[in-house]
Design a protein around this ligand. Structure first.
Ligand code: NIG
Ligand code: FE
Length: 414
């Protein structure tokens, strides 16, 4: 049995015997142990404590010792909302936007989600897998140890299935935990522009039965937004997905007060994501529910939108998570360190709140908190070891530096 002992840890971060979802004021409580040790056997955390406790403990002889003097050890990031599988980047649209073109003008030139969909339908499953694998490898080195990945750039039966099969293959090959979400309802393909019912019919009667049969997804997502899918359409599609055991996890209130939050909560969604545009009613509805609100600050940043009202959500008692929304259109970065930094700098979250939201609550937002999201005996040994840093707050403060020295996934150093 391989055993790794990490010693002299300046601070062991997010140590918990219990790991319920954190809401309101609980989010600022980040239990840590100073001058700590942590023992891993195979892929599992088996014990931890202070260095004094280690001296008197009768631990197994480690095969490897890592000295973490001056360094922090954290659970890896749990990124609960990404579109990691895509065929091509869209930096040309980025340049067009810098030159003043509007979203509508870019769309009229064949840009946006439909641009990604066209390219995705042109590449093979293997090409798509290789591209996604490289991105995933980069994110693991940036500390991501669990990730949700959506379809939604296919928008055809073969395209959507190809994406979900790529995600399934990633899940079978990668050491990180992966959850799959079916987002056939990302936008309407051009040929269904004037016949929404026919596309929804395709989703419900052509895509979902195969997805159910081949167990290609855990969740169902809909872009509930003005000009995209209405609350009524969202409800119909989610209910159809639920028949196949897919739980809703939806895009809500990004650009408008779309009613997405209320729709998601009424459906018992695991999470409602984005939330750039919130009013008192939406906040109250979310606070009174068990649905997690997932904030995607890098998408707000990239689109130059107002950031999500994190403080109002926390004060109202909502359970919030942080995720990257990694995608070629609105967040071409899956770097969760940047997400944490931006949450503190732009949304005034405290470092403790941001770390909890990007670890434990992120794990809850993809239903893997029994395995990940905190330093707990029996959980998976997915860990970040930082470079020597003066304190925890230094992580979001020194936003431009890569402060990760080493990442351990499933008990193995990357
Ligand atoms: O989450 N909002 C909808 N979907 C993506 C962006 C899609 C794209 O432009 O490719 C998002 O931001
Ligand atoms: Fe998204």
């Amino acid at each position: 049995m391989a055993a790794i002992l990490i010693t002299n840890i300046k601070q062991l971060v997010n140590v918990r015997e219990q790991w319920q979802v954190l809401r309101g004021k609980e989010l600022a409580q980040l239990p840590c142990i100073s001058n700590a040790y942590l023992l891993i056997e195979d892929d599992t955390i088996v014990s931890y404590g202070t260095m004094e406790q280690l001296a008197s403990a009768n631990e197994a002889v480690p095969t490897e010792i890592i000295d973490a003097t001056g360094k922090l050890v954290l659970p890896t990031w749990c990124d609960s909302h990404t579109h990691l599988v895509f065929a091509a980047s869209r930096e040309n649209e980025f340049i067009d936007k810098l030159k003043g073109l509007s979203y509508a003008e870019i769309a009229a030139r064949g840009g946006g989600i439909l641009n990604s969909a066209r390219k995705l339908n042109e590449v093979t499953e293997d090409e798509l897998f290789n591209l996604a694998w490289k991105r995933l490898d980069e994110l693991m080195r940036l500390g991501t140890g669990a990730i949700e990945i959506k379809s939604g750039y296919g928008l055809t039966v073969p395209g959507e299935l190809k994406m979900l099969r790529v995600i399934k293959k990633l899940r079978g090959s990668a050491k990180v935990t992966i959850k799959a979400t079916f987002l056939g309802a990302h936008t309407y393909p051009v040929e269904y522009k004037d016949d929404h019912a026919a596309y929804i019919d395709l989703i419900i009667n052509e895509m979902l039965p195969v997805i159910g049969r081949e167990q290609l997804a855990d969740y169902i997502d809909v872009f509930c937004e003005t000009g995209f899918f209405s609350p009524a359409e969202t409800e119909m599609i989610c209910k159809a997905g639920m028949q196949y055991g897919l739980k809703p996890k939806i895009h809500a209130n990004q650009l408008n007060l779309s009613g997405g939050v209320q729709t998601g909560v009424a459906l018992g969604a695991v999470s409602v994501d984005h939330l750039e545009t919130m009013d008192e009613g939406a906040i109250k509805t979310l606070a009174g529910s068990s649905t997690i609100g997932t904030l995607l600050p890098t998408a707000a940043f990239f689109l130059r939108m107002p950031f999500q009202p994190a403080r109002a959500l926390i004060d109202a008692g909502c359970a919030i998570a942080l995720a990257s929304d990694f995608n070629p259109g609105s967040s071409p970065s899956g770097n969760m360190n940047l997400v944490v930094n931006m949450s503190c700098i732009q949304m005034k979250m405290l470092p403790e709140e941001a770390i909890n939201a990007a670890t434990l609550n992120g794990a809850w937002a993809m239903e893997c908190a029994d395995q990940l999201g905190s330093i707990s005996v029996g959980k998976k040994a997915n860990l970040i070891i930082t470079k020597p840093v003066p304190s925890l707050a230094y992580l979001p403060y020194a936003f431009g530096s890569n402060l990760i020295e080493q990442v351990i996934i499933g008990g193995e150093r990357l």
